[in-house]
Design a protein around this ligand. Structure first.
Ligand SMILES: *Cc1c(COP(=O)(O)O)cnc(C)c1O
Length: 229
């Protein structure tokens, strides 16, 4: 027995996104769907590109770097969505168009010092931690303004908005409402930083209802991730 094909799963998610946008009274054209391809081979990203996908998300540096090199020329936009070590910042900058996981001043510095005047600006989201566990990625909501102020004055970086992952064991809608509140605080400081990166395979409708603009959807489109050793 075979399940739905990649084009079928992509179509189902595109429809689901359009439905959720309609339900929220929003225009689906203001939403960017990033297909998260971590752990999958470059060949799958090629298939996605043939289906019209241009925005892809990866969470592990070495894997992302290899795929970006192998698939250069397909016109893809690479979104780095995983936790990022400062010592890897310069390398990630070299291929990532957007970094969703800026969460501390040290990382802003590392990304900044990597920039020379010839380098294009890299788009950034500040990741906000919606849990009480400081070990999870993201800045505590109370630290958002200070980090944003730092990022806004960093040469070579452009702040798009906030990003978060819904905590386990909680209704995602409430968590995304807290993210929206954080976004409103950010916009009062940085009027252009209106984007909200939120929503994964199982919670994107709730994220859209709370104003998400950038959805990071993996398994609902790609199928289950291969085992990784
Ligand atoms: C893996 C991942 C996703 C996608 O998760 P799915 O449940 O497969 O849709 C989104 N965001 C981040 C940060 C991830 O690591």
């Amino acid at each position: 027995m075979t399940g739905p094909s990649l084009p079928e799963r992509l179509a189902v998610v595109r429809e689901g996104v359009a439905d959720a946008a309609r339900a929220a009274g929003r225009d689906a054209r203001e939403l960017t769907t990033i297909v998260v391809t971590k752990f999958h081979p470059a060949s799958l990203i090629r298939e996605l590109a043939d289906l019209g996908v241009r925005e892809v998300g990866e969470s592990r540096h070495q894997e992302a770097q290899q795929k970006a090199a192998e698939l250069a020329g397909l016109g893809l936009r690479w979104h780095f969505i995983g936790q990022l070590q400062s010592k890897k910042a310069r390398q990630v900058r070299a291929y990532a168009d957007v970094i969703h996981s800026v969460d501390r001043p040290g990382l802003v510095s590392a990304l900044t010092s990597a920039s020379t005047s010839e380098e294009p600006r890299v788009d950034c989201f500040i990741q906000v931690n919606l849990t009480d566990d400081p070990a999870r990625g993201g800045v505590a909501p109370a630290g958002l303004e200070a980090l944003a102020t730092r990022l806004l004055t960093a040469p070579g970086l452009r702040l798009l908005g906030v990003m978060a992952i819904a905590p386990l064991g909680e209704e995602p809608r409430g968590a995304f409402a807290r993210l929206r509140a954080a976004s409103e605080r950010l916009v009062s400081l940085a009027p252009d930083a209106t984007a909200i990166s939120a929503g994964m395979s199982h919670d994107y409708a709730a994220a859209i209802a709370e104003g998400a603009t950038h959805l990071r959807i993996g398994s609902a489109i790609t199928g289950n991730r291969p085992q990784h050793g």
